[in-house]
Design a protein. Structure first.
Length: 256
């Protein structure tokens, strides 16, 4: 990725005010002008982590803690840059360092949204280029995951897999090739109706009592497709639902 790509402003899902955005430009300048090395930055990143970004990590810890007592894999539907799958690997090393049977699988096109339908709300974010990564980004992300495997306890025995392509076909294909896989945690950040519903259908028989589904945009008018997909799929099923204590716009669905 060249410097132009790095500096390109990407439309993102957020609730940032103009005042906050102006303050964040000051933070970005402080980050660029920091008077210490990259080596020190690696162990002092909290200096530049906004409370909202820190809350996301606490939210992922909240989610992981819900599945510690059950077997099964962690699946992320909508990877983008991959912070969630990397954070989940770090949480594995902290919360259950000797559990090498839990796989981490991320699904994404890495090319933007596909399958925008009539029940979805097009916007600067929900577009064919929304959350598109640079060419070959998944290879960079795989290298990052490989580093964490080398660093973390039992990392050599843990599986991380990135599945590129349209989830309406790749999720079914993946589970068809992995009859042993159960799903303990499924994190949905697809925003669209068709991909969300198709993926929910594919994992249904792999869910266990106590499996947790995270919906990132449930009850959000900007992303109606996700809620429609969940309502269609959940009809008649036994589950409980609660909001995250850390990020209250995220929802945990626990299967009964």
């Amino acid at each position: 990725m060249d410097q132009t790509e790095k500096n390109q402003k990407i439309p993102l899902h957020n609730n940032t005010s103009q005042t906050q955005e102006k303050a964040r430009e000051s933070l970005r300048k402080l980050f660029r002008d920091r008077p210490f090395s990259d080596e020190l930055l690696m162990t002092n990143f909290g200096l530049f982590m906004r409370s909202s970004a820190f809350a996301k990590l606490l939210f992922l810890q909240e989610a992981y803690s819900k599945i510690l007592s059950i077997p099964g894999d962690i699946c992320i539907f909508g990877v983008w840059l991959g912070q969630d799958i990397v954070a989940f690997e770090s949480l594995r090393a902290i919360l259950e360092p000797y559990n090498a049977s839990r796989k981490f699988v991320g699904f994404d096109t890495f090319e933007g949204y596909t399958g925008i339908g009539d029940n979805d709300e097009p916007s600067d974010v929900i577009s064919s280029t929304g959350y598109k990564t640079s060419d070959g980004y998944e290879h960079f992300l795989q290298e990052v995951l490989d580093y964490h495997r080398r660093e973390n306890t039992m990392g050599h025995a843990v599986t991380h897999e990135l599945v590129r392509g349209d989830v309406t076909s790749t999720v079914g294909e993946y589970f068809g090739n992995h009859p042993e896989s159960m799903v303990a945690l499924a994190y949905f950040d697809l925003a669209l109706q068709e991909p969300t519903k198709a993926s929910l259908d594919c994992i249904e028989e792999r869910l266990l009592p106590g499996s947790v589904i995270i919906m990132d945009e449930l009850n959000d008018s900007r992303y109606p497709g996700e809620t429609i997909a969940f309502r269609q799929w959940a009809k008649g099923k036994n589950y409980s639902i609660e909001r995250s204590r850390i990020l209250p716009d995220r929802s945990f669905i626990t299967m009964g």
